[in-house]
Design a protein around this ligand. Sequence first.
Ligand code: FPP
Ligand code: MG
Length: 403
Amino acid sequence: MIVRSFPKLNTALASPLISPLVQTGIKTGIKSGINEAKFPTSSALLPEQDGQVDVPINDIEGAGLRDQLVDWGIGLQPKGTLGEGTGVNPFTNVKEEISNLDSEMLRLIDTKPSALKEAAGYFWGLRSGGKKIRPAVLFLISKSLPSTGATVLPTQRRLACITEMIHTASLFHDDVIDKGEIRRGNKTANEMFGNKMAILGGDFLLAKASVSLARLRNLEVTELMSGVIEHLVRGEVMQIKGGGGLDGYLGKNFFKTSSLIANSAMSTAILGDAPAEYVRESYLYGKYLGNAFQLVDDVLDFEGNVEVLGKERYGDLRSGLATGPALFAEETRPEMRELRLRKFRGGGDIQRALDIIYSTDAIERTKDLARVNAEMARDVVEGWGGERDALRELCRIVVDREK
Ligand code: FPP
Ligand code: MG
């Protein structure tokens, strides 16, 4: 019999098929009152019942939307604890790891024909290669786990690459769908190489990310990160279909934005053999930060500086999307509903929607919800050591950012 051996990133970390750590984590979670439905579990860990394996409960459908909304902070007022800034620069603390990321990813996608690598790696060759918030979160969490100390393990570095590759693939596809022309101040991949190469470049990134994920040899992490790809697609389709009001919007935000940050954060804690509470808190930190991030993005579409953002305002309304500001406005101005349902396509609809939004406190309410989520993320890591201050400062930066 031929036994194939695969290169291991870190032999010490080679995980058994079902990590006892995560089993304990889930048991501990349930015991300590974590709502099981809000915390992703791996189907591999669930008992077979009557010949059927339970499906993982890691999305809002199983959770009950109302519970999830409370969890998102609806109805809460921000405590105002994000403050003025602490002077800590979270990106400085992981500068080295981030500066190596692009070249590591380019190595992972080395292939022939070279046109494929050129398209897939296009963003990483550019000077403004993005904010790198996702890898920064992962590196900071990795450096804060009591089990590994101030280091980022090779498996955790690889996970950061995988996360950024999935994110980049989703942007390539999104820009084809949205007919986007400019991203991060540069031409989009579809503008640069055409739709076909942009889609194939995205597919290739996903394929390479999947191979790298499998090579981590960790079932829980594989399941969590594969689930994220499903979530991204579901979120994009929810956005295209619209509907569902504020509930649908927040659900879409989770799938499109928060799931990747939450599940990769949880995965880096699993790879770092972290105690169960750190695994759970990493997930929650990522989820709340992701929620805040998307809400701020949606506010910037109304209030952002055109020069700084490199795009015109009101792009969401123009493409038929009702985000936080329109949806909160609808709560007091029900006439917004009609505009929303026809995707702001009637003559004068956009101006009408803007008049309604600006005559209410809807933008402020969207900002408040972003602040509540950022504060929840900040509170989750309060008891941590390591890069705790940087993680907390990142919450403020996400809320105060201009782009
Ligand atoms: C940006 O949205 C897009 C996303 C966050 C995810 C898009 C997901 C897909 C296209 C599904 C396919 C997924 C994969 C993994 C291939 P936006 O248009 O709201 O923001 P923008 O202003 O940055 O374009
Ligand atoms: Mg887009």
